[in-house]
Design a binder for this molecule. Structure first.
Ligand SMILES: NC(=O)c1ccc[n+]([C@@H]2O[C@H](COP(=O)([O-])OP(=O)(O)OC[C@H]3O[C@@H](n4cnc5c(N)ncnc54)[C@H](O)[C@@H]3O)[C@@H](O)[C@H]2O)c1
Ligand SMILES: O=C(O)C1=N[C@H](C(=O)O)CCC1
Length: 271
């Protein structure tokens, strides 16, 4: 018997799912207690280690979230918006800490997550790395110091399998820039320019999304004015850093009061 919190990895065959399993294998503070995939997936019913091409792990891949969550203390969830809102309800029922890395969440998804957080601890962030979360703080500070003569543009690049744009990270950086400038991002956001767009609107925060190859994640926040430019940049070259952030959040969330938290809370960077 062990008193290490048991952790379920959802979307376990995915890029992040497999990375989370590897990082859990290195952890001496958390243990893998369950693995989940969508119904009909070829891994369901198989030993997870064997499905990953290695030695057996003694954990069978399940497609039953409630059954796996009932035997765990935390759920690490990097899947898709519709799956994540279902998991938020079920993780709250099972009183598991729900760590949400899924991006592309729309307002209706966010409302359901907020409701679930009345009953359970949810840690949600579009990026779980220390570097990006620190960059949101720097972005807010720089935006607060500059007026709207400085155009703000956020450029991101990811691998060619990514299904949502702008990235969750780009939106975090946009929110930080808007907060620094004292505006609402919904009113200032300019996305997807194409064709005869007209001149740039003063005060807008622009987004551009590039997709190609195996890029893990790159983000630039550009502040541009007459004669000069400030460029803040983050490069992720290994998904392990997102996975490590998620494990840290799962531990941090144990015995915490119900509510919705982010990585700034986990990292002690919130003010
Ligand atoms: N917050 C962060 O730090 C961070 C980092 C990397 C990726 N992400 C986000 O995580 C998500 C996943 O990224 P990925 O690259 O691993 O994608 P992926 O497509 O490789 O993996 C997603 C997995 O989820 C599974 N899935 C979908 N619906 C499911 C369901 N109902 N039940 C169980 N499993 C289900 C899929 O079968 C797949 O295996 C994306 O939204 C991505 O943007 C966030
Ligand atoms: O690979 C992805 O997908 C990533 N998603 C997050 C985002 O949308 O910002 C974090 C970086 C990798």
């Amino acid at each position: 018997m062990t008193d290490q919190p048991g952790v379920v990895v959802t979307g376990v065959s995915g890029r992040m799912g497999q990375m989370l399993v590897r990082e859990l294998g290195r952890s001496d503070r958390l243990r893998l207690s369950g693995a989940l995939e969508r119904p009909g997936h070829a891994w369901v019913g198989r030993d997870l280690g064997e499905a990953m091409g290695g030695a057996p792990l003694g954990v069978t891949v399940s497609d039953d979230p409630l059954d796996t969550f009932a035997r765990a203390q935390a759920v690490l969830d990097f899947t898709a918006p519709e799956a994540t809102v279902e998991f938020a309800d079920l993780a709250a029922q099972a009183r598991c800490v729900h760590v949400i890395g899924t991006t592309g969440l729309q307002p209706a998804h966010l409302d359901r997550i907020r409701a679930a957080a009345h009953h359970a601890v949810i840690v949600r962030a579009g990026n779980m790395s220390l570097g990006v979360n620190l960059l949101t703080r720097i972005t807010r500070q720089v935006a607060a110091a500059l007026d709207a003569d400085w155009d703000i543009e956020i450029v991101e690049m990811h691998h060619n399998r990514k299904v949502d744009a702008p990235s969750g990270t780009a939106l975090m950086l946009g929110e930080a820039a808007a907060a620094g400038r004292g505006v609402d991002l919904a009113d200032a956001s300019d996305r997807g320019r194409d064709g005869l767009t007209g001149a740039r609107r003063r005060g807008d925060i622009g987004f551009a999304a590039l997709r190609g190859g195996d890029v893990v994640g790159e983000h630039e926040v550009i502040f541009a004015t007459e004669g000069e430019r400030i460029v803040l940049k983050h490069i992720a070259s290994d998904r392990a850093l997102f996975a490590r952030g998620a494990l840290r959040a799962a531990l941090w969330g144990q015995d915490r009061a119900p509510g919705e938290y982010d990585m700034l809370d986990v990292l002690g960077l919130n003010d």
